[in-house]
Design a protein around this ligand. Sequence first.
Ligand code: MN
Length: 235
Amino acid sequence: MSLLFALNTPSVAIVGRPERFPVNRIYCVGRNYAAHAREMGANPERESPFFFSKPANAVAENGATLPFPSRTDDLHHEVELVVALAGEALNAKGSNLSLAEAKAAVYGYAVGIDFTRRDLQAAAKDKGRPWDTAKGFDDSAPMTAITPAGLAGGVDAAHISLKVNGELRQQGQVSDLIWSIPELIAELSTYYRLKPGDLIFTGTPSGVAAVQPGDVLEGQVDHLETLRITMGPRI
Ligand code: MN
């Protein structure tokens, strides 16, 4: 089989390995920390988290200076723990995973930012329209190299935080996730046939806010690489 033209497979670096992790799909979880659900005007006691997605080529490298996205005056940072899925088990079965199967499907973890054009998202919510232009734009999912699960012990209880120009904006505890990592993988697998190469952005703690051209963002989750992103000028 030959292709009409070459198309690159999006990929992410892996800590301690020369190979890169090929990205199949990017799933995201909305309102998976109660304090963030509240800051978005929702009641986490009454509404469960939910899923949306970004295209695989929304990933961007750690250390990058990203072009400031077009069509927004309210670009928000959402720092998130990212779970990378792979393994033989997923090749055999990607749907309706048990919690044990979900755990076994975790290849590793990374720190990511779910960049959001909050103004477009608010307009979409208002009109009952899709979120794609608010969430799935170019470079909207920068992330660190993936740390294999065996080297990321204790990530379930890690502290997660984001600084902008050295000032703390977001912080939380991964243990405060409404859907734990195995629970959200199992839940997601009731909607999709999960595949090796899938990434899950697991939701953001409270403190989301706008960034400006020139801002330097630093995202951290204990045990993982630090994410450093600079916002470039508007195009
Ligand atoms: Mn998010």
